[in-house]
Design a binder for this molecule. Sequence first.
Ligand SMILES: Nc1ncnc2c1ncn2[C@@H]1O[C@H](COP(=O)(O)OP(=O)(O)O)[C@@H](O)[C@H]1O
Ligand SMILES: [Mg+2]
Length: 571
Amino acid sequence: MTPVFITLEVILDVLIPYVTAKLIDYGITAGHMPSVYKYGLIMLVMAFLSMMAAIMAGKYASYASSGFACNLRNAMYRNIQRFAFSDIDKYSTSGLVTRMTTDVTNLQNAYQQIIRVSVRAPINLLSSIMMCFIISPRLSLVFIIASVVLGIILAVIISKVSKMFALVFKQYDVLNAVVQENVAGIRVVKAFVREDHEKSKFWAAAKRLYDLNVKAESLMALNRPVMNMVVYGCIIAISWFGAQFVVGGSLTTGQLTSLFTYVMTILMSLMMLSMIFVTITQSIASGQRVAQVINEEPDIVNPEDAITEVADGSIDFNHVFFAYKGGSGEYALNNIDLHIRSGESIGVIGGTGSGKSSLINLVSRLYDASKGEVMVGGRDVTTYDLTTLRDNVSVVLQKNVLFSGTILDNLRWGDENATLEQCREACRIACADEFINEMPEGYETKIEQGGSNVSGGQRQRLCIARALLKKPKVMVLDDSTSACDNATDASIRAALREYVPDMTKLIIAQRISSIKDCDRILVLDNGKIAGFDTHDNLLKTCQIYQEICAIQEESGGDFDKPQDNRKEVQS
Ligand SMILES: Nc1ncnc2c1ncn2[C@@H]1O[C@H](COP(=O)(O)OP(=O)(O)O)[C@@H](O)[C@H]1O
Ligand SMILES: [Mg+2]
């Protein structure tokens, strides 16, 4: 619709000066009042119609560009939902946010400008040139020369400016990264009193952006004086030659007046066209970044003829190797061969970075093994339907999150149709019911964004309850009770043993006391299995396990607080 209205508006705008010429020549110069009224009325109607057309064009243009942005965001969001963990590693969370906001807004603005100007400018240009030639072919030579001069100067400016803008956009990325990292980690920044450091980091990024912007914009600002110079040059030239033609009788005063208007229109259109090229060059970078997200094929997709039944909770790793794509290239897991029976409870222990999280992430296919085979219920995990697999292998991630909504809403992530009684039961097992009952609104208590209004230990217990509601065959707890005190930790484990005895449990922990009673304990060291046996046997045979026990007995507690500085990424 927009182009139609714009065309209408432009045609009217082009014709108005023509009518003005008539008004001056037949009305004013001839001193004929009826002609003045007639042409005056025609002009009024045309001006009104042109205004209406402009309003409609603007309205449809904003519909179109807003719709365009909305569709883009939607398409990106949909594809991001399909992303595997490895895809998110590749783009980084802050990168995805920038692409969904700043880049889409850039494109939206460009689109809005382009649909309006790309129709208006060429029509304006062509029709004005035509009118000029109709009025006076000889005088038209003046602006043709002027246009060429203007064109050359603008081309030079644009080529410089677009290079500048490419730099400006790169710098926006840097700035966004600084801001997002800081805001996401604001608590850490404050705890370590790093505000000054962060401030100067931000200032450096902002200053560079400022410098680049000033350079680019001041170059852009040259457009206007150049334009003015050419316009005034044209007016003087046309006045000069025009006056001679008027005196010679080959041109009327009215025609000369409208010629001025057309020449202005022509030069303005050239200017607008040149701005469009700047906009296009600016938005190409954003366009590519957006397209990349929309077109990304997720690393992990549902297999064809997927299996939708998991037979039991047995887990097998057959000589599994695993390396992170964006990582150092070294194997995070090295030749893991592991066989867990259904219903067994397995403790996993090892230093920070020994590969514990990487190992359990393979079971529910959050990542795929690089080599070897991971099996659940006797079948390769890649043959299962993803939903089936993840419903049956319930993982409480090390960096778990709650979502804004009530406690009950959050619990029902595990099972949409869970009754209040089922939710209570899950919370009892996870030792969460006591603190929920103490809250004034109980299960209806609102959780703030990211779960910031519950303590770390409370959040962990809610996450365990949420995972239990899936009624999984395998349950994985990645350091999920680290923020709970020893007594709570022990009662959660006792409840799990009592209420869901048939469920296979993989429990990653930092404290020996958390896993001592497990059927078997897996000791990981640097991505390799250092031992896999009962507590008592490991104490006899596994040196690393002995060391861990010795240290913990001495210090009476946590030997290995996570010190991962990449807090954003799942560690
Ligand atoms: N998303 C990731 N991208 C790249 N490397 C990673 C990623 N997550 C973990 N790593 C690396 O893999 C190794 C094992 O990490 P992880 O399994 O998280 O250890 P743990 O859970 O035992 O502390 C570490 O060297 C870590 O730096
Ligand atoms: Mg971990």
